[in-house]
Design a protein around this ligand. Structure first.
Ligand code: SF4
Ligand code: SF4
Length: 663
C-alpha cells in the first residue's frame, strides 16, 4: 500500500467529520433550522467535491485540460449544493426536519463515503483495475467495485456506524438493526479486496446474519398482536437487505474471476445497507401510536419467511461455490456437482437450463451447509420455546427432535459416500440423495418398517414430531405463533378437520403411485437392467427433490396463506401419509379425563392451538371422550393449551399399563 500516512489521516478525518455531522444533525433534529441545514449541506458538499476533484486530478494525466476539469468538478458539485439551498430559501420550502431534509442528508453522507472510497483506493494503490479491453461501463463498475470492496471503504464506514450507535439513544430494535448492519459490513467477504477473506467472510457473515435473524424471529413470534407497523416495516427491510446481500455474495462467488466485476453488486449492496442504516437514525414521520401486530397481515410473515429462505439458500450455495471456486470457471454451467450426490467432486455437465436450475436449486437444501444454517436458526427458536414449556414429555420430545435434526444434518443417514449409513434403516424417503441401488433396498424397506412400527406404538408423532426435520421447523416459538393462520387463512379454513378432503386423498394416491413407479425405475436403472434417467439424473432423485426441496419450502413459506403444517395436512408428503395411516390403525389416540368438562368449556382452546387444524377435536371429545386421526401428529399443543389439563396421550405405554392392571 502506498501513501499510508495520507490514507490513515484521510480515514481518521473523514470518520470524525461524518460522525460529527451525523451527531450534529441528530442533536438538532427537533429544532432543525435552515441555518443548521445549510451548514450540513455546505460542509458535506465541500468535502465530497474536494475528494472528487483530487481523485480526478490524480487519476488522469497531468495536463492543463485535466486540471481545469478537476477544478470544475469541485465547482459543479458546490454549485448544485448552493443552488439547491437558494431554491429552498427563495421558495420558502424549509419547514424544519422532514422527509426531504432527511433524504438530502443521507444522500450527501453516502456520496461522501463513496467519494472517499474512490479517492482512498487511488492513493493507496495508485491505480484502478480498469482495462482497455473492457467497455466504459465495465471500467466504471471496476472503479466503483474496487473502491467499495476494500477495508479502505469498510473500516471508516463501520467506525462511523459504531460512533452513531454509541451516541444516539435508540429503541432496542433500532440498535439491533444497526448492529446487524454494522457487523455484516465488518464481515464483508471483500474486506481484503481479494479472494483471501471471501470464504471466512461469508461464514462469519452468515453466522452474524443467522444470529440476528433468530432475535428478529423471536421478536416477531412475541409480537403477533403487539408489534408496531413501523417496527414491522423495519424488520421486513432488514430481511430484504439480507436477501440482497446474500444474492450479491452468491454472484460474487459464482463469477469469481476477475475479482472486482463479480463483486460490484456486493459493493453497491453495502451502500444500500448504509442508506438503510442512516434511515433508521434519521427517521421521518410521527412514531406509531397503535400496535397492530401481524395477525391480520399474512404478507408480512410471508415476506419474512421468503426472504430468510432465499438468503439462507444463497449463503449456503455461496459457501459451497467459494469452497470449489479454484476448480471451476465462472457461471452455473461450469459448476461442480456437490460431493454428496455422485460421491465426489465432478464437473457439472450442463443439461438444459430448466434441469440445471431445478437440480442446483434442489441440491443446495439437500446439503449439510444449508441444513446447518436452517437447523441453527430454527433450533434456537425451539430452545426459546422450551424455556416456557412446563410439560416434561414435550420438552423431551423437542430435545429429541433437535438431536434428530443434528444427526440428520451431520451424519446424514442417506449419505451415499458412506456405505455404513446408507445401509442403516433410516431413510427419509426414496431418492433423497441417490438412486435406489440394489444394496439399499433392504435399508429403504427397513426404514418404512421401522417407521410403521413406531407409528403403531406411539403414533405419527414418532416420525412427524420427532424424527422428521419438520419437527424443528414447526416446533420453535416462531412456528407455533403461526398456528393462528390455521383459522385466519381462507384456504386453511376450508381444510380444517380430522379427515382428509377428497382432493387431498387424490394427491396422496397419485403421489404414492408416482413414488412406487420412480422407485422401480430407479432400481432398474441402478441394477443396469434399463436406463430411465432423465438428462442423466435418476428419476427418484427428481421426485425427492421436488417433494422435499421444492414443495416443502414453497408450502412452508406460504404458511400465512395455507395454514400451519401444510406437509401434514395436504397429503403430498408420502412419508407423512404413510406414518399417518399406521398411526390411525395403531394404539395412539388423544383422550380426555372428563368429557363433561369439554361440554362446559367456554373457550375450546385445544381446537385453536392445534398445529394441524383438527377443528373437530372438542366435538369428538364430547362425543366419545377420545380422538383419533391420521392427520394428528401428536405435537401436543392441545394438551398445553387446555386450561383444565383434561387431555392426555394414549399409546403403547398406557396399553401395557392397562394390561398389567387387568392381570
Ligand atoms: S408430513 Fe412429512 S415432512 Fe411433514 S412432518 Fe410428517 S414426515 Fe415430516
Ligand atoms: S380438551 Fe380442554 S380445551 Fe378442549 S374442549 Fe376439552 S376442556 Fe376445553
Amino acid at each position: 500500500m502506498e501513501n499510508i500516512v495520507a490514507v490513515v489521516l484521510t480515514e481518521l478525518l473523514m470518520t470524525a467529520f461524518i460522525s460529527y455531522l451525523i451527531f450534529f444533525s441528530l442533536k438538532r433534529r427537533n429544532k432543525f433550522t435552515y441555518r443548521d441545514f445549510s451548514i450540513a449541506v455546505i460542509a458535506l458538499s465541500m468535502m465530497a467535491s474536494m475528494l472528487d476533484s483530487i481523485t480526478y486530478y490524480l487519476a488522469f494525466p497531468v495536463t492543463f485540460l485535466n486540471a481545469v476539469i478537476a477544478l470544475n468538478i469541485s465547482m459543479f458539485e458546490m454549485s448544485i449544493a448552493v443552488i439547491y439551498l437558494l431554491w429552498i430559501s427563495f421558495s420558502k420550502k424549509f419547514i424544519g426536519y422532514n422527509t426531504s431534509v432527511s433524504n438530502t442528508l443521507i444522500f450527501l453522507i453516502v456520496f461522501n463515503e463513496v467519494s472517499m472510497g474512490i479517492f482512498l483506493r487511488l492513493i493507496a494503490f495508485g491505480y484502478y483495475p480498469t482495462s482497455s479491453d473492457y467497455s466504459l461501463l465495465s471500467n466504471v463498475f471496476s472503479v466503483i467495485s474496487s473502491s467499495l470492496n476494500s477495508y479502505l471503504f469498510i473500516v471508516p464506514m463501520v467506525a462511523e456506524m459504531a460512533v452513531v450507535i454509541a451516541i444516539t439513544i435508540e429503541s432496542s430494535l433500532n440498535r439491533l438493526i444497526s448492529l446487524s448492519i454494522m457487523i455484516q459490513s465488518l464481515f464483508s467477504p471483500t474486506f481484503l479486496g481479494n479472494q483471501g477473506f471471501v470464504l471466512l467472510g461469508i461464514i462469519l457473515g452468515t453466522g452474524s446474519m443467522i444470529f440476528f435473524m433468530i432475535i428478529f424471529y423471536e421478536r416477531i413470534s412475541k409480537g403477533r398482536t403487539s408489534l408496531f407497523p413501523g417496527d414491522m416495516r423495519k424488520m421486513r427491510n432488514i430481511f430484504l437487505l439480507y436477501t440482497l446481500m446474500s444474492a450479491s455474495i452468491f454472484i460474487g462467488t459464482l463469477y469469481h474471476s476477475p475479482f472486482y466485476p463479480g463483486w460490484a453488486l456486493y459493493g453497491i449492496t453495502m451502500v444500500v445497507g448504509m442508506i438503510f442504516y442512516l434511515h433508521i437514525h434519521f427517521p421521518i414521520g410521527e412514531p406509531d401510536k397503535k400496535r397492530t401486530g401481524w395477525i391480520k397481515n399474512p404478507r408480512f410473515v410471508f415476506m419474512i419467511l421468503l426472504t430468510s429462505f432465499i438468503s439462507e439458500w444463497f449463503l449456503a450455495a455461496s459457501i459451497e461455490f467459494q469452497a470449489y471456486a479454484p476448480y471451476f470457471a465462472n457461471g452455473f454451467q461450469n459448476f461442480i456437482v456437490f460431493s454428496n450426490l455422485l460421491g465426489g467432486v465432478t464437473v457439472f455437465t450442463s443439461r438444459s437450463v430448466i434441469v440445471d436450475i431445478f437440480y442446483i436449486f434442489g441440491a443446495v437444501p439437500n446439503y449439510y451447509i444449508f441444513l446447518t444454517i436452517m437447523g441453527i436458526e430454527m433450533g434456537a427458536l425451539v430452545l426459546f420455546r422450551m424455556r416456557n414449556i412446563q410439560w416434561k414429555e414435550k420438552r423431551v420430545n423437542l430435545a429429541l427432535a433437535l438431536i434428530a435434526f443434528a444427526l440428520y444434518t451431520t451424519i446424514y443417514p442417506n449419505f451415499i459416500g458412506n456405505a455404513t449409513y446408507s445401509k442403516l434403516p433410516l431413510w427419509a424417503n426414496v431418492g433423497a440423495l441417490a438412486p435406489l441401488y440394489p444394496y439399499m433396498v433392504v435399508s429403504l424397506l427397513g426404514s418404512y418398517v421401522l417407521y410403521a412400527v413406531l407409528a403403531l406404538l406411539f403414533g405419527r408423532r414418532s416420525y412427524c414430531s420427532t424424527l422428521c426435520p419438520s419437527a424443528v421447523m414447526y416446533g420453535g416459538s416462531f412456528g407455533q405463533s403461526m398456528i393462528s393462520f390455521n383459522y385466519e387463512s381462507e384456504f386453511s379454513r376450508k381444510n380444517i378437520g380430522s379427515r382428509f378432503k377428497g382432493w387431498v386423498i387424490s394427491v396422496i394416491s397419485s403421489l404414492w403411485v408416482i413414488m412406487i413407479a420412480v422407485s422401480l425405475l430407479s432400481y432398474l436403472t441402478a441394477s443396469r437392467v434399463g436406463s430411465f434417467d432423465l438428462y442423466g439424473i435418476d428419476v427418484s432423485v427428481y421426485f425427492s427433490f421436488f417433494i422435499w426441496n421444492f414443495l416443502w419450502y414453497i408450502f412452508f413459506i406460504s404458511i400465512p396463506f395455507v395454514g400451519m403444517s401444510p406437509c401434514r395436512r395436504y397429503g403430498w408428503c408420502t412419508t407423512g401419509t404413510f406414518v399417518g395411516f399406521f398411526s390411525k390403525i395403531g394404539l395412539f389416540k388423544l383422550k380426555v379425563k372428563d368429557p363433561a368438562t369439554c361440554v362446559t368449556c367456554p373457550t375450546k382452546d385445544c381446537v385453536s392451538a392445534c398445529e394441524v387444524g383438527l377443528g373437530d377435536l372438542a366435538g369428538q371429545f364430547i362425543k366419545t371422550g377420545e380422538f383419533k386421526s391420521a392427520k394428528c401428529v401428536g405435537a401436543g399443543s392441545c394438551l398445553e393449551a387446555c386450561p383444565y389439563d383434561n387431555i392426555f396421550f394414549y399409546d403403547i405405554r398406557n396399553f401395557l399399563k392397562e394390561r398389567k392392571t387387568k392381570n
